[in-house]
Design a protein around this ligand. Structure first.
Ligand SMILES: Nc1ncnc2c1ncn2[C@@H]1O[C@H](COP(=O)(O)OP(=O)(O)OP(=O)(O)O)[C@@H](O)[C@H]1O
Ligand SMILES: [Mg+2]
Length: 309
């Protein structure tokens, strides 16, 4: 049996004639911290809403914790926690009271459970202050406490770090890790903070204009694109020599270096060839792209690319 907690199959959403999610097949496995990335308007929140049964797909299917969401949405939803965009609270009530009221609306929760979730998110000390005096980061954490109330197996967080300061972002990162490591939860989060995503997620999906453009591990995505920076004398001659080799993709960036995309086993051969032809090789170094660089490259639309060239 598949160990997927969320599986979408050719999921599509159209608003009038505009396709905002386009044949998207995602798979979040048990134990993942799964990053869901895409530019503003790429279709992340719409996909999450469809996954939770809040928006009806135009076509395609969603299986959540093994249940078909078009047939048995409630069976899965009982075991899910989610925050979509900013969670709403009653400002004049305390964090504790908000959780109590939320619990009452969704079948009740024991006092110990409310205290436990406040503990997990580090709000126990401030639980009796009114939410109106909470900082933005404290509200985000109260939102997570609310999502954790039903003791879910799977938590979906839509931009949990939105608007947080560096300290708040760091705390959120630690909290999300703890949810997985100590509570054994599976987590899916959308975020624009690619450095954060690189730090905590084991797998990611990148979408652009509703379409999947990558799904898999971050390491694989980054490893696929090893570029070697090559600094040699007689740069123009070296460029001519290497660009004739169909196994290499060579470009120049205007500085005194060439950038060559090649498989690892080509590196010593290229080096030997250059030395044999009398070039002085000053530098030959792999340039590991960051997730942010890969993301920007993959999601750059043709209009902006042209404008830059
Ligand atoms: N109810 C709706 N009616 C019409 N269009 C909608 C509706 N909801 C979303 N859209 C459109 O769908 C597209 C995707 O929106 P969505 O909110 O899913 O993007 P997102 O990836 O979450 O973006 P962001 O990073 O800004 O949160 C946008 O163009 C948006 O305007
Ligand atoms: Mg969104």
């Amino acid at each position: 049996m598949s160990d997927a907690v969320l599986e979408t199959e050719l999921l599509t959403k159209k608003y009038s004639r505009r396709v905002v999610v386009n044949q998207l097949s995602l798979k979040v496995e048990r134990g993942d911290i799964f990053g869901f990335l895409g530019r503003n308007g790429a279709g992340k929140s719409t996909t999450i809403r469809m996954a939770l049964g809040l928006v009806r797909p135009t076509s395609g299917r969603v299986r959540l914790l093994g249940h078909d969401m078009s047939k048995h949405p409630l069976r899965a939803l009982a075991r899910i926690g989610a925050i979509i965009e900013a969670p709403a609270f009653y400002d004049h009530f305390s964090g504790w009271r908000n959780l109590r009221m939320f619990a009452a609306m969704s079948g009740g929760a024991k006092t110990e459970r409310i205290e436990a979730v406040l503990d997990i998110v580090g709000l126990r000390d401030r639980a009796h202050d009114p939410v109106r005096v909470y900082s933005h980061g404290m509200r985000q954490r109260l939102g997570i406490a609310q999502a954790l109330l039903p003791a879910p197996e799977f938590v979906i967080l839509d931009e949990p770090t939105d608007g947080l300061d560096p300290q708040g972002i760091h705390e959120m990162r630690l909290l999300i890790r703890r949810l997985r490591d100590e509570l054994g939860l599976t987590i899916m989060l959308s975020s624009h903070l690619l450095f954060e995503v690189e730090q905590i997620c084991n797998r990611i999906a990148i979408i652009d204009q509703g379409r999947l453009i990558y799904q898999g591990s971050i390491e694989e995505l980054i490893a696929k694109t090893t570029t070697i920076k090559l600094t040699v004398d007689r740069i123009e001659e070296a460029y001519q020599l290497l660009s004739h080799n169909p196994k290499l993709s060579v470009s120049r960036n205007g500085d005194q270096s060439l950038y060559v995309i090649m498989a690892d086993d080509q590196i010593p051969l290229v080096n030997a060839l250059l030395v044999e032809r009398g070039f002085r090789v000053m530098e030959l170094s792999p340039q590991r792209e960051t997730l942010e660089q890969v993301f920007l490259r993959l999601t750059q639309n043709p209009a902006t690319t042209e404008a830059k060239n």
